[in-house]
Design a protein around this ligand. Structure first.
Ligand SMILES: Cc1cc2nc3c(=O)[nH]c(=O)nc-3n(C[C@H](O)[C@H](O)[C@H](O)COP(=O)(O)O)c2cc1C
Length: 181
């Protein structure tokens, strides 16, 4: 088993089965996210795990209605994780301003991918969700309005026979080169 195995197996799951996810498994995913690197070790994230059925239903109804209804498949996910962006350390923010780089988004991306790959390794399916009603999510989860939720993660068991793990990606020679652009 190499790291490339879960990386290859991970695919976006949009059809979950009705089976609760064990808290111990969620904790392992959170531990993987916790260990992610971040600019100046800012760790600018907070993960709100919604696994209470009633709250999750309310959250999904609010987050994925109207223009966001393309993601209403998330209603089948037994767990939704809301990733709140927290303030980066001063040096990361100043450095980011000089560089014109949103380091906290890079940081959150790494942490979420750690989460997702650990979930894959545990036999769970995930889908990154960037298209949702953020205001509604913040209101339901008591997140202060001035904070940002850039991403949700849908998490749950799924039927692998119903999910294609084929990756539609550019070949390596189109995305990478040695020693020059
Ligand atoms: C930042 C980000 C936001 C995404 N938002 C959504 C989304 O709102 N809805 C959705 O169904 N998939 C979403 N995806 C999943 C992508 O569509 C998917 O990763 C991509 O098509 C590659 O397919 P794969 O994950 O199966 O390899 C998102 C992925 C990322 C990284």
């Amino acid at each position: 088993m190499t790291l490339l195995d879960p990386i290859k197996r991970r695919t976006s799951v949009r059809d979950f089965i009705d089976k609760p996810v064990e808290r111990e498994k969620i904790m392992l995913c959170l531990e993987a996210a916790r260990l992610a690197p971040s600019a100046c070790n800012s760790q600018p994230w907070r993960f709100i795990v919604v696994d209470d059925g009633q709250l999750r239903g309310k959250l999904c109804d609010a987050a994925f209605s109207g223009i966001y209804s393309a993601n209403s498949f998330c209603k089948t996910a037994p767990v939704i994780v809301a990733v709140v962006s927290e303030k980066s350390k001063f040096m990361a923010r100043i450095g980011g301003m000089f560089r014109g780089t949103e380091y906290h988004l890079i940081d959150i991306g790494i942490a979420c991918e750690h989460f997702v790959l650990q979930a894959t390794d545990l036999g769970l399916g995930t889908c990154w969700i960037g298209w949702f009603d953020e205001g509604a999510v913040k209101a339901i989860l008591n997140v202060p309005q001035q904070k940002k939720i850039d991403i949700l993660i849908a998490l749950g068991y799924y039927n692998p026979a119903r999910v294609s793990s084929e990756h539609n990606r550019e070949p390596i020679d189109k995305i990478a080169s040695f020693n020059s652009y």
